[in-house]
Design a protein around this ligand. Structure first.
Ligand code: PMP
Length: 286
């Protein structure tokens, strides 16, 4: 059984409890982060901590007292659960007032709820899926307009994954005004020649921590990076395509809406980027 963290306590998972009045439960009034663990260490923790603070600020959510100590809490959970490879999920909600109300509770009397748990995934880095790539379909992006905030409102992305599953593929790329925004739980990229193309930052997509690192490594490796929107037709004609996220790193995409991308097998650039990302991130893990 896992040991999880809830509001200052490390408890067996079946003893950890949150109120039915918690605003995360009633209103999806919460933010989260997922940090991967390789060799028992945290990948890009500083990036996740920074984005977390930004999400809290954008929603006027009080900072929980534990915020400065989150690295220690992450490390302790990794240790208590013996995680070598996997993920740590962290969620902060606006807390649990004694009733349901649209108005934000007074932060003097209602403090944020903080929950963390581990997900053990041996073989995460050496994934067999990365060797064959994934297939995606396109769907209309029906999420709210502040996708740059990492909130726990994941119903539409969850529905998107179900649409992908029903279509017999692995994931969905969401499209708005004719352009790809991102994957249901990842950022989307295409490659043409020596150029990596991925949507520019804005409120329309989550500012992926893996995205920032991969673009930095790509530039260091003398690849061109174009941050602009692209269409599904452009993706189908690209040499390669891939996604990034904290839990999939760099994952090749080999088919978009039934059309093979490039050779229909993972390409050399995505494979190389995955290698560089894993190598460099392991070096900087804490
Ligand atoms: N976009 C969305 C919609 C996501 O949910 C995620 C992962 N949570 C990402 C992009 C990738 O972000 P990161 O690299 O920080 O995991």
């Amino acid at each position: 059984m896992r040991t999880v963290y809830v509001n200052g306590e490390y408890l067996p998972e079946n003893e950890a409890k949150v109120s039915i009045f918690d605003r995360g439960f009633l209103m999806a009034d919460g933010v989260y982060e997922v940090t991967s663990v390789l060799d028992g260490k945290l990948i890009d923790f500083a990036g996740h901590a920074k984005r977390l603070e930004r999400s809290l600020n954008e929603l006027d959510m009080p900072h929980p007292a534990v915020l400065p100590d989150l690295l220690e809490v992450h490390r302790e959970l990794v240790r208590l659960n013996g995680i070598e490879e996997g993920m740590i999920y962290l969620q902060i909600t606006r807390g649990a007032p004694n009733d349901r109300d649209f108005v934000f509770p007074d932060p003097k009397t209602t403090t944020p709820t903080v929950v963390l748990f581990t997900q053990n995934k041996p073989g995460l880095a050496d994934s067999p899926v990365a060797k064959k790539g994934i297939k995606v379909i396109s769907i209309e992006d029906q999420r709210w307009a502040r996708r740059d905030i990492k909130t726990v409102q994941l119903l539409f992305p969850s529905m998107g994954k179900m649409m992908a599953k029903a279509a017999g593929v692995d994931d969905a790329w969401m499209v708005e005004d004719g352009a790809v925004t991102e994957g249901t739980s990842n950022n989307a990229y295409i490659i043409k020649g020596n150029t990596i193309i991925t949507r520019h930052l804005g409120n329309e997509i989550l500012h992926g921590i893996t995205r920032a690192a991969v673009l930095r490594f790509a530039k260091e490796a003398q690849m061109q990076v174009e941050e602009r929107s692209f269409t599904i037709a452009e993706a189908q004609e690209a040499d390669e395509a891939f996604i990034t996220s904290a839990s999939t790193f760099v994952m090749p995409v080999v088919e978009v809406d039934g059309v093979a991308v490039g050779s229909g097998a993972p390409g050399p650039v995505a494979a190389r980027l995955r290698e560089i990302y894993l190598e460099e991130s392991r070096k900087m893990a804490v």
